[in-house]
Ligand binder design. Sequence first.
Ligand code: ARG
Length: 559
Amino acid sequence: MAGIEQLLRSRLATAFALVVEGHVDPAVQRSGHADFQSNAALGLARRTGSDPRALAAKVLAHADLDDLCDEIAIAGPGFINLTVADGVLGRMVGAMAADERLGVSTVEPETVVVDYAAPNAAKEMHVGHLRSIVIGDAAVRLLEWLGHRVVRQNHLGDWGTPFGMLLEHLVDLDESHADLTAVGEFYPAARRKFDADAAFRQRSRQRVVLLQAGDEATMRLWHRLISLSQQYLMSLYDRLDVRLRETDFVGESFYNDRLDGVVADLEQLGLLRTSDGAQCVFPPGFTGRDGAPLPLIIRKSDGGYGYAATDLAAIRHRVGALGATRLLYVVGLPQRQHLDMVFAVAAQAGWLTPPVRAAQVGFGSVLGADGKMLASRKGGTVKLADLLDEAVERAAALVGNEEVAAAVAIGAVKYADLSNDRVKDYVFDFDRMLALNGNTSVYLQYAHARVRSIFQRGDATPIRDGSPVTVEHPAEHALAIELLTFPVVVDQVAESFEFHQLAGYLYGLATTFTAFYSKCPVLKAEEPVRAGRLVLCDLTARVLRTGLGLLGIAAPDRM
Ligand code: ARG
């Protein structure tokens, strides 16, 4: 089903093509002056040195819009303003009500790997990991809903030299029968011992050697530590209501026996150079501050493999074994250069060639109220579990029901993240994220529940048979336009993963609905107006619920 915006765009594109050479994007957009506006004539006239208003008039003379619009005007320096006819809106809204997918079409499916969460084992997660989980989960939900095959990959940091110290700490704890559940304390405690105790340092180094040699007893210890970490992480993922599963853990260790192959193949391709004893690739286009080419270190001078080698092996696995044609990395922006270099080297090596492509879905930092990196009261990392506890506690003060409180709390944490431009830093603020008014998830959840309650109160069922509905009142007109924009927003976000666009859209829909509901009685209206308004209500609730669902946020029927 073609959306209204799509129809207007294609009609105008046809008209532009009759007037000027070459393809012109009519740049149809929502507008405050009419339903839609095209400003394409302005830029085009500037480039060709003609009069923009005259050009707009010429385009309109060739445009076939009469069946869609009841008002077509040229405004200001050459904008084309379009107002959609109520009858057209009524037909389209009726059709949308009959569509389970609310006008959003499915895509040509691709296999998409989403690399997200990626915490480090035996270490407390920080809020950066929370962002990766929340944004990654939304990306997974959106891609799956569009029809893609999504392969979730949780690139757990489960290998490397710190594991010597971590395993020795585990040995010590077992001897004193200590509790292993306090994952957050595990790493710092091991670190303290490592720094203070020379004998422990010695044992830790020996343990790394044993680990790398695959010593059986050491591997048993390692497996235990990893599985404890995974259990702890899974408990958090479940609380967060995200789609990550145990089987999605494909940690750095998984690539161990593939790293030699990476080096051998890079060597054979003639891409490896030795620099300061390390084996490196210098991908073109990457230079340091001094202008010198930047190395991506594949193998360190001590013979150990680094983070980059693992990421290269992961690309080969994801493209080769998993069959992915699109790789998404939901990783913080500080790792941008690392990922860009990894992608560049993989491309050079022929492991990442079109149509296969990789991209970072990067994000900024989480800040505290003081504008600095979010920290706990004591100044350390904020424990995710504590943060969720506090969110639930605060939400419980807002709503009675326990299940609803959890949905409100988790929704608030996710929405605070997703409603902000992801490439920017955002301030973590409980008061703001749980505000009942404004662009918050709890506002949207209430809006959704309020619409649902109309049907309960009136014991009414919405018509979903595709028949046209009556649209007459300006508030009905505005709500219809807003509803019909949903597919356009979804398509845009599927390209950009800028979830704040979807959040902003849902907020706009909720406020447009509020205006409609204050001006247009629903249950008390006469037929056929009543039936039409019920369809508008039904669609509002469904779009809110679906949209929130794409963000990973539940929309309870009652609050
Ligand atoms: N474990 C890393 C960290 O905590 C993030 C890994 C991101 N994914 C990747 N394939 N490099 O910073």
